[in-house]
Design a binder for this molecule. Structure first.
Ligand code: HEM
Length: 256
């Protein structure tokens, strides 16, 4: 995004205000009104934050993606300020948690499966395959945003979905569908083909999947180069996966 590294904490606080409002106001976990109040206030702050930066990029173009949003033309049209702010908001929410949450799941799995971890350490060339397989296995975004059926539909198993019905697709279930994966409950880094849908599908398929894959691969590569042996800290073996995006709360690892 071309944003200053020193502002990472601010960006994470803004992200938490939307995704974890109870960190700002503990009452928000049980009270929807309080939850909405924190989210509204944070939303305003996010739009103001990016508004200031866009003003600056207009005055001093920087060659980063934010400058690109301002100058890009599609069929002779430019994005409006509101559209750019909406995109910035979505990037902040969609881009920050997904990758770090995926990594908590990946590291929890690898800490408990030394034979898988060894494959990565001994042959880093397996990392791209390992990332795909762990994305399939963990499905960090377990389900999509609800959709509404536009026409009467019959699913392959005969289930009827009437037009107008709200539908939530479970990517997690699809990723262990035996019709697609003959051995769905085996975690195999050499799985080919691996047509998982951890990034969704169709027009709303994840826009950040290429960046996410790169971040996940690089993290596994650099971590295992430096820290090949690790495990769950004794006393912290009971892992908690809170609802929402799949992640491990307070993952504690130790290494020699
Ligand atoms: C491992 C990490 C990630 C996973 C598992 C993931 C997963 C997903 C999924 C499943 C969707 C579709 C949601 C639906 O169908 O309702 C989605 C949408 C989206 N993702 Fe990701 N994502 C990841 C990382 C990222 C990153 C790093 C970015 C941006 C930098 C990003 C940006 C987006 C955006 C903008 C959309 C909305 C696309 C649209 O509605 O047209 N994602 N993501």
């Amino acid at each position: 995004m071309g944003l200053p590294w020193e502002e990472l904490r601010t960006l994470m606080r803004l992200r938490d205000g939307i995704l974890r409002p109870h960190l700002t106001d503990p009452a928000a976990s049980l009270d929807p009104e309080r939850r909405l109040a924190v989210q509204r206030a944070t939303g305003t702050e996010i739009y103001e934050y990016f508004g200031r930066i866009l003003d600056d990029r207009e005055a001093r173009p920087a060659g980063d993606i934010l400058t690109h949003f301002i100058t890009a033309e599609i069929d002779g049209e430019r994005l409006t300020r509101e559209e750019i702010l909406d995109i910035c908001f979505l990037f902040l929410i969609a881009g920050l948690d997904t990758v770090s949450d995926s990594l908590t799941c990946f590291f929890a799995f690898l800490a408990q499966h030394p034979e898988h971890r060894r494959q990565i350490v001994e042959n880093p060339a397996v990392i791209p395959g390992a990332v795909e397989e762990l994305l399939r296995w963990e499905s960090p975004v377990p389900g999509g945003v609800p959709r509404v059926a536009t026409t009467d539909t019959v699913l392959p198993d005969g289930t009827e979905v009437a037009a107008g019905t709200a539908v939530v697709v479970s990517y997690g279930a699809a990723n262990v569908d035996p019709a697609e994966f003959p051995d769905p409950f085996e975690v195999r880094f050499d799985r080919t083909p691996n047509r998982h849908i951890a990034f969704g599908g169709g027009v709303h398929r994840c826009l950040g999947s290429h960046l996410a894959r790169r971040e996940l691969r690089l993290t596994l590569q650099e971590w295992h180069r430096r820290i090949p042996e690790y495990r769950l800290k004794p006393g912290h073996e009971q892992l908690e996966y809170p609802p929402g995006l799949r992640s491990v709360k307070d993952l504690v690892l130790v290494w020699p």
